[in-house]
Design a protein. Structure first.
Length: 95
Protein backbone atom coordinates (compact mmCIF):
# COMPACT_ATOMS: atom_id res chain seq x y z
CA UNK A 1 0.00 0.00 0.00
CA UNK A 2 1.46 3.37 -0.94
CA UNK A 3 1.92 6.16 1.61
CA UNK A 4 -0.59 8.46 -0.10
CA UNK A 5 -3.48 5.98 0.18
CA UNK A 6 -4.67 7.43 3.50
CA UNK A 7 -5.18 5.76 6.84
CA UNK A 8 -5.80 2.03 6.99
CA UNK A 9 -9.31 1.35 8.32
CA UNK A 10 -9.59 -0.44 11.67
CA UNK A 11 -12.52 -2.85 11.26
CA UNK A 12 -14.19 -5.01 13.91
CA UNK A 13 -16.48 -7.83 12.81
CA UNK A 14 -18.30 -10.61 14.61
CA UNK A 15 -19.55 -12.42 11.52
CA UNK A 16 -18.14 -13.61 8.23
CA UNK A 17 -19.58 -15.20 5.12
CA UNK A 18 -17.09 -16.92 2.83
CA UNK A 19 -17.70 -17.18 -0.89
CA UNK A 20 -15.51 -18.79 -3.52
CA UNK A 21 -15.43 -17.75 -7.15
CA UNK A 22 -13.62 -19.41 -10.04
CA UNK A 23 -10.45 -17.39 -9.33
CA UNK A 24 -10.74 -15.98 -5.82
CA UNK A 25 -12.15 -16.14 -2.30
CA UNK A 26 -14.09 -13.38 -0.56
CA UNK A 27 -14.63 -12.80 3.14
CA UNK A 28 -17.77 -10.69 3.67
CA UNK A 29 -17.44 -9.17 7.14
CA UNK A 30 -20.46 -8.18 9.24
CA UNK A 31 -21.20 -6.79 12.69
CA UNK A 32 -24.30 -7.35 14.79
CA UNK A 33 -26.19 -4.35 16.21
CA UNK A 34 -24.83 -3.08 19.54
CA UNK A 35 -28.24 -3.15 21.23
CA UNK A 36 -29.17 -6.34 23.08
CA UNK A 37 -32.27 -8.03 21.71
CA UNK A 38 -32.22 -5.99 18.51
CA UNK A 39 -34.03 -7.48 15.51
CA UNK A 40 -31.88 -5.50 13.07
CA UNK A 41 -29.84 -7.44 10.54
CA UNK A 42 -26.05 -7.44 10.80
CA UNK A 43 -24.32 -4.52 9.07
CA UNK A 44 -21.76 -5.11 6.35
CA UNK A 45 -18.42 -3.66 7.44
CA UNK A 46 -16.21 -4.77 4.58
CA UNK A 47 -15.19 -7.39 2.07
CA UNK A 48 -11.73 -8.90 1.66
CA UNK A 49 -10.97 -10.56 -1.67
CA UNK A 50 -7.91 -12.67 -2.45
CA UNK A 51 -6.69 -15.48 -4.67
CA UNK A 52 -7.38 -19.05 -3.56
CA UNK A 53 -3.65 -19.53 -2.97
CA UNK A 54 -3.44 -16.45 -0.77
CA UNK A 55 -6.54 -17.53 1.17
CA UNK A 56 -5.07 -20.99 1.78
CA UNK A 57 -1.75 -19.57 3.01
CA UNK A 58 -3.62 -17.09 5.23
CA UNK A 59 -5.69 -19.90 6.80
CA UNK A 60 -2.57 -22.00 7.44
CA UNK A 61 -0.76 -19.03 9.01
CA UNK A 62 -3.77 -18.00 11.13
CA UNK A 63 -4.12 -21.58 12.41
CA UNK A 64 -0.42 -21.68 13.31
CA UNK A 65 -0.57 -18.33 15.13
CA UNK A 66 -3.73 -19.37 17.02
CA UNK A 67 -2.20 -22.71 18.05
CA UNK A 68 0.98 -20.94 19.19
CA UNK A 69 -1.15 -18.53 21.25
CA UNK A 70 -3.05 -21.41 22.85
CA UNK A 71 0.29 -23.00 23.70
CA UNK A 72 1.42 -19.80 25.44
CA UNK A 73 -1.92 -19.58 27.29
CA UNK A 74 -1.69 -23.24 28.28
CA UNK A 75 -5.32 -23.78 27.27
CA UNK A 76 -7.48 -24.03 24.18
CA UNK A 77 -9.54 -21.01 23.16
CA UNK A 78 -13.10 -22.19 23.90
CA UNK A 79 -15.85 -22.25 21.29
CA UNK A 80 -19.40 -22.35 22.62
CA UNK A 81 -21.20 -25.67 21.89
CA UNK A 82 -24.10 -23.82 20.18
CA UNK A 83 -21.66 -22.19 17.76
CA UNK A 84 -20.11 -25.61 17.02
CA UNK A 85 -23.56 -27.08 16.42
CA UNK A 86 -24.62 -24.19 14.18
CA UNK A 87 -21.45 -24.50 12.09
CA UNK A 88 -21.54 -28.30 12.08
CA UNK A 89 -18.02 -28.72 13.47
CA UNK A 90 -16.71 -31.10 16.11
CA UNK A 91 -14.57 -30.07 19.08
CA UNK A 92 -11.41 -31.42 17.40
CA UNK A 93 -12.22 -30.62 13.78
CA UNK A 94 -9.27 -29.25 11.80
CA UNK A 95 -7.42 -28.22 14.91
Amino acid sequence: MSEDSGPVPDIYCDGVQITLGPYDAALHLTRRPDTAGSTESPTSVGCIRMSWEHAKVMVIMLRKVMQDHESVLGAAIPIHPQIRATLGISKEEDW
